[in-house]
Design a protein around this ligand. Structure first.
Ligand code: GDP
Ligand code: IMO
Ligand code: MG
Length: 431
């Protein structure tokens, strides 16, 4: 019987714990597919005493019966992909057998990384806080119809096309009065980095390349189960995030259709995941951000440092208007709350229920929250002291936390059917 694709995506500013939950859900799926973003993502998976961080490889990789697809909407950097392969080698998975790469996925070229660095530097205090993985420039070239795709590697004129776009990029860099030889990428001077990048193309060529839209639609027709794995978060979406402090892809469920070639009628359940509080890495508006000791505590207890860049994440209370906005945009059918354990020990837990803008209360996320002052109105809950990571039944959670969860369910109208109480696979409560 024909099936539909389920989707799991982050409802906040990324790093909600998508990697962990995709890994937890993978045994129920035949295929896990990434549909957008690129190595700006850092998805952490922990089981036993092992910890892995994935950037391009879908988080279904640790189940040997699951096929992992890197869809057409994803950007691939062979240098980073190679380092990921190395980092998971100890786990014993056969990456070349279990991963399919779309021929239509675009490449991040070394000069995209140069451009990202140059543009970001030129923005000065208005910088986006990009991960500098070349995401913006590579999606720009895709839209400008001059990007290179993995399928182009098999064409005789690849080298020629590469040189052409490279020299265009270097001209742009020179306009910024920067000598490209002075820029280091991944800690390596540009020319040495580029040499290594070109060598890693051979690694990318070892993967089976497919027209993944055919592969996925055929799989659905045969009754196979597919899980689409989001990267970043809804509040970083190119259209719906606080532009320009966004990433360059459609991070919402709409991205599944364009990023995998799956029609809207074949999208099934939409799992929205969010932290019990909020974090953001990089610049841009964050109405509930805490600049005090409580924010510092959240960062410390939640180990809130970027999985891709190591940067400290900004921390604050849960923002319900933003959460409701993301639920609306994605058509979320089920919620999963993450890192509830981090809130243990806080005397009070707060949640923003509305914003005050020019003296008026509203639940609407403003057009330009950077310039329009949105002051959160909070509802305060009693905290709890018990550690949660050994609890396995919802009913055994502290009553104060259950109250907090029930409040979010009532406000959003969506059931919370999973509570995550630790980074490990096992530390997961399914209701
Ligand atoms: P992703 O980008 O959405 O996959 O999330 P990241 O991996 O960037 O960040 C989530 C971090 O929180 C990782 O270090 C996870 O190991 C960790 N984590 C995930 N779920 C939980 C949880 O329920 N509790 C705690 N304490 N940590 C968690
Ligand atoms: P995962 O998938 C958190 C943020 C960057 C920056 C903005 C633009 O791990 O949740 P970019 O590199 O795309 O030009 O950066 O988006 N950002 C993320 N923040 N998690 C991510 O991915 C992110 N990917 C990009 O910090 O503010
Ligand atoms: Mg992450």
């Amino acid at each position: 019987m024909e099936t539909k694709t389920d989707v799991l995506l982050g409802l906040q500013w990324g790093d909600e714990g998508k990697g962990k939950i995709v890994d937890v859900l993978t045994p129920h799926y035949d295929i896990v597919a990434r549909f957008q973003g690129g190595p700006n993502a850092g998805h952490t998976i922990e089981f036993g005493s092992k910890k892995f961080v994935l950037h391009t490889i879908p988080s279904g990789i640790f189940n040997k019966n699951t096929i992992n697809v890197i869809g057409n909407g994803v950007l691939i950097d062979p240098f980073i992909l190679d380092s990921e392969i190395e980092s998971i080698r100890t786990s014993g998975v056969d990456v070349f057998k279990n991963i399919l790469v779309s021929r239509k996925a675009h490449l991040i070229l070394p000069t995209h990384r140069l451009l990202d660095a140059v543009y970001e530097k030129a923005k000065g205090k208005d910088k986006i806080g990009s991960t500098l993985k070349g995401i913006g420039p590579a999606y720009t070239d895709k839209a400008a119809r001059k990007g290179l795709r993995t399928g182009d590697l098999d064409q005789a004129d690849f080298e020629q096309r590469y040189q052409k776009i490279r020299s265009q990029h270097l001209k742009i860099v020179s306009l910024y009065q920067v000598d490209f030889r002075d820029i280091a990428i991944e800690g390596i001077p540009f020319e040495a980095y580029e040499k290594s990048w070109l060598e890693k193309l051979a690694v990318l060529q070892q993967f089976e390349k497919t027209d993944s839209e055919y592969f996925l639609n055929d799989a659905l027709a045969k009754g196979k189960k597919i899980l689409a794995e989001g990267a970043q978060g809804s509040m970083l979406d190119i259209d719906f995030g606080a532009y320009p402090f966004v990433t360059s892809s459609s991070t919402t469920s709409a991205g599944v259709c364009s990023g995998l070639g799956i029609p809207p009628s074949k999208v099934g359940r939409v799992f929205g995941i969010f932290k019990a509080y909020c974090t953001r890495v990089g610049s841009g508006p964050f109405p509930t951000e805490l600049f005090d000791q409580t924010g510092e505590e959240l960062r410390k207890k939640g180990h809130e440092f970027g999985a891709t860049t190591g940067r400290p994440r900004r921390c604050g209370w849960l923002d319900l208007p933003a959460l409701k906005y993301a639920i609306m945009l994605n058509g979320v059918t089920e919620l999963k709350i993450m890192k509830a354990d981090v809130l243990s020990g806080f005397p009070k837990v707060k949640v923003a229920t509305q914003y005050k803008i020019n003296g008026q209360l509203t639940e609407t996320v403003p057009f330009d929250p950077e310039r329009i002052e949105a002051e959160p109105e909070y509802r305060t809950f009693e905290g709890w002291d018990e550690p949660l990571n050994e609890i396995s039944r919802f009913d055994d959670l502290p009553q104060q936390l259950r109250k907090y969860i029930q409040f979010i369910e009532k406000e959003t109208g969506i059931p919370i059917q999973l509570v995550s109480v630790g980074p490990n696979r096992e530390e997961t409560i399914v209701r």
